[in-house]
Ligand binder design. Structure first.
Ligand code: SF4
Ligand code: SF3
Length: 546
């Protein structure tokens, strides 16, 4: 069969090999082609900015933000709008021409840096995609780095939205993306760059943590309502807290309630958001259940980032996007970093909608980011010392539609009663509504927040290492059984590797973009492994007595 596209960046890629006819996510070949071209021109402009810095010239913050948003827009399930992607390619080519004119030396630049946008874009896209790198190990490492940088760009964008930036981080992101064009780099060079990407993953998550906690306070233990009220509501999904803040401000006194969905749930844990009387709860589950849940929500939905599932006609006119997110036919709320977005269209539509249909009742508890856990450190350390807690199991990451992910629910249920799950990201929806109980008042599922809050899990691990006086982070009673789906999980994984964490189990399947040789490097140096059956893995983690 003729290959119409090639993408293998996420866990749900067709046949665990690659989407070649159309994306399992809903990405069509024409959108895939423009996303490939957007990544290509982004690599090109990064070669130019890296050369400019090499000549001692400054790169404007607006250029850094343009590159960051370009990468973010190509993350799985973020932007399906071809016109929006094409507009980003145009803007990048224009910016690149301007930057090129400032360079003294352009002779050594790669073709991507010099391409001026002439010729047929569809044809050009066919020559610059993933498969344009022939050597499968080089291709694997280039893509591993690119996906890590996509995840990093998402976190960086959220920090930028709160007016936090880090020139060193941007310079690295651009140098690393430009390096994926460099044919002189060997496998060893690219492995080193992969690990350096993990180092900047920690920097990026720390930057965002600082931005979030400075703006909204430290997350605290919070019980979140999962039922509904009687007012019409707006459902906010994705990861962008600044968008949520603006919407909350604008809905005050309108009679419209605001609910979180999926990765926005942790917003409830921040003191700054708890002051809004119309911020009533969380509706639904992880991203992949949205077709049913958006329908029964009845009111408008705002997607601030991924993960969008191609909407049903029944609620398409209620689905809005903003920032890096986009879907053809759905209204997009504009607004640059630092600007106040105008959400009045969403609020006016909400007023005409019925209240959400209740699908669940009760509460879930979360807010165990680093400051909160460290405030409970004495209690936690005592529980470990007394043997009440035998092990922590990090089950952070993403959820997804594959049936094989039921493993995580079964694994959580079957864990020994003296274990505590540390989580972040939408993976938690596989087990955060199970009655897993607590250990001496410490809940058995400690939710630190969004995927980017995996940083908190690293801070907690480093603190415990210090408290227990251990030389090696791997001597802690912590095991890692992480679920991945899209590219933000890739940067979290690389960040953990940079911190020296070994023997991470990654599921439900290992990435298709790891060539056998690259997978071997990860297995041999870091003990990365897949998952097995619940029974076998419990024996592996806890011995025969599990
Ligand atoms: Fe396929 Fe995933 Fe790429 Fe979508 S993002 S086209 S599902 S590999
Ligand atoms: Fe989820 Fe998309 Fe990855 Fe942020 S919302 S963790 S999958």
């Amino acid at each position: 069969m003729e290959q119409k596209m090639f993408c293998y960046q996420c866990q749900e890629t067709a046949g665990c090999r690659g989407c070649t006819q159309s994306g399992v996510c809903g990405k069509t070949p024409d959108v895939a082609a423009m996303q490939d071209l957007l990544v290509y021109v982004s690599r090109g402009i990064c070669a130019v900015t890296t050369a400019l810095r090499g000549e001692g010239r400054a790169v404007p913050a607006a250029i850094n933000q343009l590159i960051t948003l370009n990468l973010f827009a190509t993350i799985t399930n973020a932007n399906f709008d071809k016109e929006a992607i094409v507009a980003r390619i145009r803007a990048t080519l224009d910016a690149k021409q301007e930057l090129l004119s400032q360079l003294d030396h352009t002779a050594d630049l790669p073709e991507a840096a010099l391409w001026d946008g002439s010729g047929d874009w569809e044809q050009k896209a066919q020559t610059v995609g993933v498969l344009s790198t022939e050597n499968e190990d080089i291709r694997s490492l280039r893509e591993l780095i690119t996906y890590g940088l996509k995840g990093l760009s998402a976190y960086s964008k959220h920090a930028n939205a709160l007016l936090e930036q880090d020139e060193e981080l941007d310079a690295f992101l651009q140098r690393a993306l430009a390096a994926t064009l460099d044919d002189s780099l060997t496998v060893d060079d690219l492995v080193a760059l992969t690990l350096e990407t993990g180092k900047y993953g920690v920097t990026g998550m720390a930057l965002l943590d600082k931005a979030n906690t400075s703006a909204y306070g430290n997350p605290q233990v919070t019980r979140v309502n999962i039922g509904v009220g009687k007012n019409p509501g707006i459902l906010v999904s994705g990861h962008d807290l600044r968008d949520l803040e603006m919407l909350l401000e604008q809905t005050q006194g309108t009679g419209v309630d605001v609910y979180t969905h999926s990765e926005m749930l942790p917003a409830h844990y921040y003191p700054a958001f708890q002051k809004y009387p119309n911020f009533v709860g969380n509706y639904g589950n992880a991203w992949w259940k949205q077709k049913e849940e958006f329908e029964s929500f009845n009111g408008p939905i705002l997607m601030t980032t991924n993960c969008i599932v191609p909407p049903k006609a029944s609620y398409r006119d209620r689905l809005y996007t903003t920032g890096a997110a986009g879907y053809p036919g759905c209204r997009h709320i504009p607004g640059e970093i630092g600007q106040t977005k105008d959400f009045s269209a969403i609020i006016e539509q909400a007023k005409t909608c019925p209240a959400p249909t209740q699908i669940e009742t009760g509460e879930i508890v979360g807010g165990f980011a680093h400051a909160q856990v460290l405030a409970l450190a004495d209690q936690v350390v005592d529980a470990v010392k007394s043997g009440a807690i035998k092990k922590f199991v990090v089950m952070a990451g993403c959820d997804g539609r594959a049936r094989s992910r039921d493993y995580y629910t079964e694994f959580a249920k079957a864990l020994p009663r003296d274990t505590v799950i540390l989580t972040a990201g939408c993976a938690k929806y596989k087990y955060n509504k199970l009655p897993l109980g607590d250990i001496g008042g410490i809940p058995r599922v400690l939710d630190a927040g969004q995927c980017n809050d995996s940083y908190s899990l690293a801070v907690i691990a480093l603190k415990l290492k210090e408290v227990f006086g251990l030389a090696d982070i791997n001597d802690l009673p912590i095991v890692y059984n992480i679920a991945w789906y899209e590219q933000k999980a890739v940067i979290v994984l690389l960040a953990l590797l940079h911190l020296g964490v070994k023997n991470i189990h990654l599921g439900p399947t290992l990435p298709a973009f790891l060539s056998p040789n690259v997978a071997k490097v990860l297995v041999e140096n870091f003990g990365i492994a897949g998952i097995g059956t619940v029974e076998d893995d419990l024996k592996l983690f806890f011995g025969e007595n599990a």
